[in-house]
Design a protein around this ligand. Structure first.
Ligand code: SF4
Length: 422
């Protein structure tokens, strides 16, 4: 909560922008009015349609019983899996990492099948990045690549990237900024970019990257017939002239290029001829926090296995320890899912195995995963009913206070109590 001119401003945890100018009116333990927030944040702050029940084996139980049963499932497992945490506070993430060490678990989050490669490149300092405040104050060329923030992060363009006035961009979007969209379809964001929309065929982002590297190197780009060479030269020219450029990389480009090698080469080339930065368009409000917290604890940002030893544990890392792999190969025999719904976001053939093993689901809202769980534990909605801290999509740490009180425990407290029970 930020106090400014006697007004209290809160942080929205609806997406990884973590907007910190939210006003709410409260009556008792209820929010009666929400101001400033976008439609996505409104729905987050508004709470769950169906709150998570507290159950064990399909029966309603008290929280102490649910925690004891959850601990028993995890203790009795040979190869437990902990997954989720992108919508949890950093405190809860650190607690989950400690729990994973204690029980010798695989721990992973959804970055292992989305923005993980970019975060890895940034944490290993292979890709030049910057903050959203730098973008607001300095950016003159903004590229939305495989991203549609008008829908995924609705206040992105107005708060940080295209529309605001900034210290070095007093004329804002009218004169001082050029917004470019590269995408396979004319998204809402692409429409805002007008004639700076570069439409490319599906799965051809890597060709465009190579062509841009050629063009930036003064060569004639070799491209598939669908590409218009003149447009590529025109785009390369705009990028080259940027005083402070930024690429917002969405899932469209990440899924299309696979590994980050080609993007890293483009960023290197851009920084030879110009000044460019890249920020990943993280979805969950604290996915980047999970990656950073795990990186600090292990040197790896996701897909980690803690192997118990007599005097501690070994840390293993790799594809074998991604949620997709451990479920596809049926290598896990119990799972703890925190603030996530893999039953709805993973392919059915992969996720189905979760319904065959003892499953504990912690979260504020009921979902497909909690419906097949053996134990369900309701938690406070972070950012609304409990405070904490998180890492914004650009790596900036943001702390927040609860907007209202609740009797429900936070994810962090639940995980602490599971540790105590173990
Ligand atoms: S843009 Fe994201 S953080 Fe900002 S108000 Fe909307 S959902 Fe919340």
């Amino acid at each position: 909560m930020v106090n400014c001119l006697n007004k209290n401003y809160y942080v929205c945890t609806g997406c990884a922008l973590l907007c910190d100018d939210i006003e709410v009116e409260v009556s008792g333990d209820h929010i009666t009015k929400i101001k400033t927030v976008c439609r996505k944040g409104f729905s987050r702050i508004g709470g769950c349609i169906e709150p998570m029940p507290c159950t064990s084996d399909g029966k309603s139980v008290d929280i102490t019983t649910a925690i004891k049963d959850a601990a028993s499932i995890l203790m009795n497992a040979d190869n437990p899996l902990i997954f989720g945490l992108g919508n949890s506070t950093s405190g809860a993430q650190k607690q989950a990492i400690e729990l994973a060490k204690r029980i010798g678990a695989v721990i992973d989050d959804s970055s292992s099948f989305c923005q993980g490669p970019i975060i890895e490149a940034i944490l290993h300092e292979k890709i030049h990045t910057c903050t959203l405040d730098d973008v607001r104050n300095r950016a003159d060329v903004i590229v939305y690549w495989g991203a549609d923030p008008s829908n995924s992060h609705p206040r992105h363009l107005s708060m940080h990237s295209y529309f605001p006035r900034g210290e070095e961009r007093q004329h804002g979007w009218e004169d001082d900024r050029t917004a470019i969209a590269i995408d396979v379809r004319r998204s809402h964001t692409a429409k805002i970019c007008g004639n700076r929309f570069y439409q490319i065929p599906l799965h051809t982002d890597a060709f465009l990257i190579e062509a841009l590297i050629d063009a930036l190197s003064g060569k004639v780009p070799k491209v598939p017939f669908e590409y218009d060479i003149k447009k590529i030269l025109e785009l390369a020219n705009v990028l080259k002239k940027a005083q402070f450029g930024v690429i917002f990389a969405g899932l469209g480009v990440v899924y299309s290029i696979g590994d980050m090698g080609t993007m890293t080469r483009l960023m290197d080339k851009l920084n030879e001829v110009s000044n460019f930065h890249l920020i990943p368009m993280m979805g969950h409000y604290n996915m980047r926090g999970f990656n950073q917290n795990l990186f600090e604890a292990t040197g790896y940002f996701n897909r980690v296995k803690f192997e118990k030893r007599e005097n501690g544990f070994d840390v293993k890392h790799g594809v074998d320890y991604s949620i997709m792999e451990v479920l596809n190969t049926k290598k896990t025999d119990a799972a703890l899912i925190i603030g996530s719904d893999p039953m709805s976001c993973l392919p059915r053939s992969t996720a189905e195995y979760l319904s065959e093993i003892p499953l504990v689901s912690i979260g504020p809202c009921e979902n497909f995963t909690s419906r097949v769980a053996k134990v369900t534990i309701p938690s406070a909605l972070s950012g609304v009913e409990c405070g904490g801290s998180a890492v914004r999509m650009d790596g900036v740490k943001v702390t927040f206070e609860p907007m209202i009180k609740t009797a429900r425990l936070s994810d962090e407290e639940i995980l602490k109590r599971i540790m105590e029970a173990i």
